[in-house]
Design a protein around this ligand. Sequence first.
Ligand SMILES: O=c1ccn([C@@H]2O[C@H](COP(=O)(O)OP(=O)(O)O[C@H]3O[C@H](CO)[C@H](O)[C@H](O)[C@H]3O)[C@@H](O)[C@H]2O)c(=O)[nH]1
Length: 339
Amino acid sequence: MIRDRTIMVTGGTGSFGHAVTRRFLRDGAREVRILSRDEKKQDDMRRRFGDQRLKFFLGDVREYRSVLDAMQGVELVFHAAALKQVPSCEFHPMEAVRTNVLGAENTIAAAVACGVRCLVALSTDKAVYPINAMGLSKALMEKIVVAKSRSAGPTTLCITRYGNVMGSRGSVIPLFMRQIRERRPLTITDPHMTRFLMSLEESVDLVLHAYAHARPGDTFVRKAPSCTVGTLAEAVQSVLGSRLSVEIIGTRHGEKLYETLVSREEMVRAEDMGRFYRISADARDLNYEKFFSDGEPSISDAVDYSSHNGELLGPDAVERLLRDLDFMRGERSQQHDAA
Ligand SMILES: O=c1ccn([C@@H]2O[C@H](COP(=O)(O)OP(=O)(O)O[C@H]3O[C@H](CO)[C@H](O)[C@H](O)[C@H]3O)[C@@H](O)[C@H]2O)c(=O)[nH]1
């Protein structure tokens, strides 16, 4: 699937980019191109990998020309470039539009122009019933992918949607770890808030599954367990042998009590693929009459797939998940050395 392929990862210098690049190189890719803006992060990644098959392209998905130039000869594209921090997108929503919406349009247009076989666009649970600018911009990206997939010729355009990746940069688990290291109280927004839990490797599995099974306009979701934030804090403390107090700071701006990976409306046409759901593109034609006058009775009975109504893990199960994560093992061995 990957062997001898020339692959591009936009926004490839982040945690996901590193994990997916490692997998592609291991699986015999001919070339992996990273398109991103930050030369320092590219240089760090170049040194870390030390692999001639890895090529770096400075560019910005906001600029069509830079994407088009870098994409010549590419067969597969994984579009991960995005503004993904909720607060920064709230303050600068037009920046979210420029990167997440127009950047996606540019990347799709370049992929179609270059005859790429398959483009997988990475989205988030925050794009379902969106309430913040980050989620709204990703929801629009999804709509663009589906709309363009109808006329992309030999290029298959599809979407993956996933929830919180445990340990990703700027997320709550590294924050809790830092607070434990500094012996400060753990800050908890709302102990009853739930989030899906997914490892970086599982997010890589999801995009590879999408690439292997995609039909134009499909959205793929990986089923994942979830837990409350209170349980997560308890489990992180338990793994690191700490018993610090917690401080309830309240729900932050733009934050939901729970996340949804598949909406009620999508559930009606979702295909259960075992560990994954496939949501096919809306097959109705563009006859507006059908949207206005034809209803879908089964939607009334459908239930969404959310972090509140899926498999909710308790502290022991979350602890087991955490113990398996490399960065958590690293933290524990550092603690051990320090002791
Ligand atoms: O000090 C904190 C910070 C966060 N949380 C809670 O921990 C959970 C996870 O928080 P994260 O910040 O790790 O993840 P979010 O779901 O808020 O969103 C994160 O993942 C998103 C991708 O889906 C975006 O990247 C976003 O900017 C990023 O913060 C949330 O319920 C949040 O309320 C706390 O309890 N205490």
